[in-house]
Each structure stands twice: as structure tokens, then as C-alpha cells.
Design a protein around this ligand. Sequence first.
Ligand code: MEV
Length: 416
Amino acid sequence: MEDFSGFYKLSAEERLAKVKKSANLTDEEAAVLMDSGALKMDRADKMVENVIGAVHLPLGLATHFVVNGKAMVIPMAVEESSVIAAACKAAKQTLPDGFKAEADESIMIGQIQLTAVDDATKAVKNISLNRKEIMAIATQLMKPHERFGCGARDFQARILETPRGSMVIVDFYIAVGDAQGANMVNTVLEGVAPTLAKVTGAKVRLRIISNLAVKRRARASAVWKKDVIGEETVEGVLDASEFARNDVYRCATHNKGIMNGIDAVALATGNDWRSVEAGAHSYASLGQYHPLTHYYKNEKGDLVGSIELPLAVATVGPAMNTSPTAKIALKIMGVRSSRELAMAMACVGLANNFAALAALSTEGIQKGHMKLHARNIAIFAGADAEEAEKVAEIISAERNFDPEHAKEVLKRVRKG
Ligand code: MEV
């Protein structure tokens, strides 16, 4: 792995040249990135309906990540400044050990809703009596995907009492390999539903995947040594974490900070970030809405952080094939499976959360934020990487972030 220290000091072109070398990108792949990953009209038109253009986001790289001993650079697509820098800083502070991570097998839950049930207990019993036939249909429908380790694993029927009467909900557990799984799961559900209707006499309503992917969770942890981050930060993060655990208003923002990182990787890799969001927040709501991360101080006084959440993300599928940059992003990361991707995303979520809590509980986030903001304004004013540092310093000291002022300052810097 290339040495990515000082990556942020390079120009965008130099960064691209570096990542081209380290990730073995082809000239064509580098050209796509150079063109800002431009999603051409004809391609966009094949992805969704009524296309009139495309929206672009900056794609950056989070550096300094070591996940289970493997060094990685992680692409992040996000419009908010500081998010990538925060992930890099937090990851650097875990070195040399980095993060430990793991992910479950990719099992998704699909739900069939049966309504107009005369006798719900009897309906559940009849489903159970016909288990073999139902599983055989599901297994058959998953046959084309079996060679990728996919398959219908099990199902379970339960009664749901509602103001509209008793319903029977049948939850299917389906292994979807490296795909997100919605198409596979929904196909199976629509395929088995008529048999469920036949054996229960009930009416079939919804047949759809659940985004609360509790059987597809990823976990990550890291140690931030007190000698590296300081005792004040250790205590600050613990206080901040307790605030989120005991106050839902804070907890929402706490989890938002986690999703800053996770969504950015989801976007960069062509994944459905809405399903990731739905999964994360519904998981956080199990029991009482709670933080997705957890912190404690170990016997040495170091801070140990961990995260757990459902991450139904894919390394194969339609979006990966149509998005011009998703495959390149996955290549840069060097992940070979959806589980590896989920693990990396969990690490980024934890890193972003730690960085936010560390900053918020000590000096606040505005200082770092305004520094980056000033640098962006300097670049917007026409400064190159070296000039930007000087211009940013001056406009920050003068507390004047007007782009016109930045242009004046740039002129002064150039005159020496
Ligand atoms: C801003 O995008 C994210 C933070 O608000 C997260 C947090 O408060 O923990 C800084």
C-alpha cells in the first residue's frame, strides 16, 4: 500500500495520480475520475425515469484506515466539508493497530402480509404444516443464485394484532451473497405468496424486503490511546456518549454523525443509502432509540469505541454496473465482498462519530470547520494548494470569508 500521509496537501491531480498507481487503475478509470465521474446523459437515462441531467458530489478518499490489519483507502462521496478530514484524523489516531471489524452472512428478511384471516392461529399452523412445500418453492426460486452462496434459509409465521384485525406475517430469511438483495428477496416473496394464500385462505397484501436487516449486521471497534488523544478527550467522548444514551435529541445528531461517514461510502460505492439509513435508525430504535456506538475506558485509561448496525450493502448489482464510479471506488478500496465493504463502512461510521465527539466535547467543531471552509474559499478564489494555506490563514485571522476578499488576499499573497 502506498504511503498516503500528507495526501491532503497534494493537488487533486496529484492525488488521482497516486491512487491510480496504488489501486492499479487503468487510464480509462483515471479518466472517468478526472472527468469528475461525470454521469453522461445517456447512461443516466437508463438508470431512472424522466431524466434531464445528473447531480454530482465530490468524491474524496479517507486515508489511514487499517481494518483487520489491512491498510485501506476508503472513497467517500459527500457535500459537507470536514467529514472526510474527520474520518482520516480519527483513523490515524488508531494506528498502528487500526480497527477490528466483522460482518454477518448477508441474510435479508423478506415479509409477506396476509390479511382477512378468519383464524390466525389456524393459519399459522397450516403454514407450518406446509413448510416443506413452501421452502421448496423458495429454494427453487433462488436456484439461479445458488452458485453465489445465495439461498432461502428459513421462514417463520407470526400473528400481528392490528386495529384492522388479525394479520399473519411471514418472515423469510434469504442469503443474498454480495448483492443488496431486494430483487432476489422480492421475487421469492411474490413466488411463494400464492401458496400461502392457498393454505391459509387469507388475502395476500405486501410482499417486500425489510430494511431492518438485523441478520446482516456489521461491527467494528478501535482503541484510542490516552497518550495519543489526551485524557481530556477520553473523558469528553465518554461524557458525550452518555449524553446521547440518555437524551433522544442528542442521540439523533450523534447517529447522524455516524451516518455522515457511512452514507458517504454507500454513495461512493453506488449503494442504496436510503435503505442503509432506514436500517440504521430502525435498529437504533429497537428497545429505546439509542446510539449506534458505545465507548468505555479500559484498564489502561485508553478509550475503546465500538459500533454495531445493520449494513445491507452490495458489491454487485445494477447500480454498480451503471454508475461510472462505483466500480472504481470498490477497486480503490480493494474489497472483494459485501461483507468486507460493510466492515469498512462500520469503521468509517465509528471514526466519524469518534472525531465528532472528540471535537465537540473539547474545542468545538467550528475551528476545524472554518479552517477547511477558509481553504475551500481560497481555492474558489483561484489559489493553488500552497497559496490556499496562506490565504486561508489570513482570511481566518481577519474573520472575513467573503470570496471577493479572498481574491484580494490572494493578490497580496502573490505579490509577497
Ligand atoms: C454534523 O454533520 C455532524 C455532527 O453534528 C455529529 C455530532 O454532533 O455528533 C457534528
